[in-house]
Design a protein around this ligand. Structure first.
Ligand code: PEP
Length: 254
């Protein structure tokens, strides 16, 4: 039996001003007032965390707040960075780490991402660890090696009892923002492989508890078929999470 509750997260990336974020949240919270079937997370930019957090605190909904990044230190001389404890001040529950856009544009390495995973866990935040191969790696049949390395390094020294607090997001780079989502068969194959790798790195029991999201050109049209796959435990959604009607429709049909 699948014991994992689905988790649908919206990654707004560098989109939405504070007033746009508030307008979005007012609709979302009304639509999801009594909703609890899947866990729902919104990840606004840092500048909108406070206002989204205030709205969440005033509502009875179970929608949770996530951040898009953190720096792996509690405080100090790290100009422009945000610590896990600062995120806790906004009542963040989740934080995205290792997104391919940060790996590509900001040169983030698996070793640095691993520090972020551990920093998030030590502040009782749930890291959403993003992994996935690029187009060439898929074409050359190298996706297993890539994913195995990212998992092994990203989860290095994570205590097994904290593993269930981590979410893994499989986000093939060739599918992000391209309109070309992985097919349900492709997603299931990789998610199953990820669970096998987690079994190898930790244990079968722990691997059964870890939630693995799919991300990459998810829309209201393709979400349901992806969610029917036995190892797909949720979605990390970029573009379609910016439109409140699409995001709600994906959640309410999940
Ligand atoms: C993402 O960036 O996490 C993502 C999945 O984007 P999109 O849904 O737009 O492909």
């Amino acid at each position: 039996m699948n014991i994992r509750k689905k988790i649908i997260a919206g990654n707004w990336k560098m989109n939405k001003t504070v007033s746009e974020a508030k307008a979005f949240m007012q609709v979302l919270l009304k639509e999801l007032e009594e909703y609890s079937a899947s866990d729902v997370v919104v990840c606004p930019p840092f500048t909108a965390l406070q206002s989204v957090s205030d709205l969440l605190n005033q509502s009875a909904s179970q929608v949770r707040l996530g951040a898009q990044n953190l720096f792996p230190a509690s405080h100090g001389a790290y100009t422009g960075e945000i610590s896990p404890w600062m995120l806790r001040e906004f009542f963040c529950h989740y934080v995205i780490v290792g997104h391919s856009e940060r790996r590509i544009h900001l040169g983030e390495t698996d070793i640095f991402i691993n520090k972020k995973v551990k920093a998030a866990l030590s502040a009782s935040l749930h890291p959403i660890l993003c992994i996935g191969e690029n187009f060439d790696e898929r074409q050359q049949g190298l996706w297993k090696e890539k994913i195995s390395t990212q998992l092994q390094l990203g989860l290095k020294e994570v205590e097994e009892q904290k593993l269930a607090d981590c979410i893994i997001a499989y986000e093939p780079i060739w599918a992000i923002g391209t309109g070309k989502n992985a097919t349900p068969e492709q997603a299931q194959e990789v998610h199953h492989f990820i669970r096998e790798e987690i079994t190898r790195l930790f244990s079968f029991q722990s691997a059964q508890k870890v939630r693995i999201q799919y991300g990459g050109s998810v829309t209201a049209e393709n979400a349901q078929d992806l969610l029917l796959c036995p190892d797909v435990d949720g979605l990390l959604i970029g573009g379609a999470s910016l439109d409140v009607r699409s995001f709600c429709s994906i959640i309410l049909n999940s």
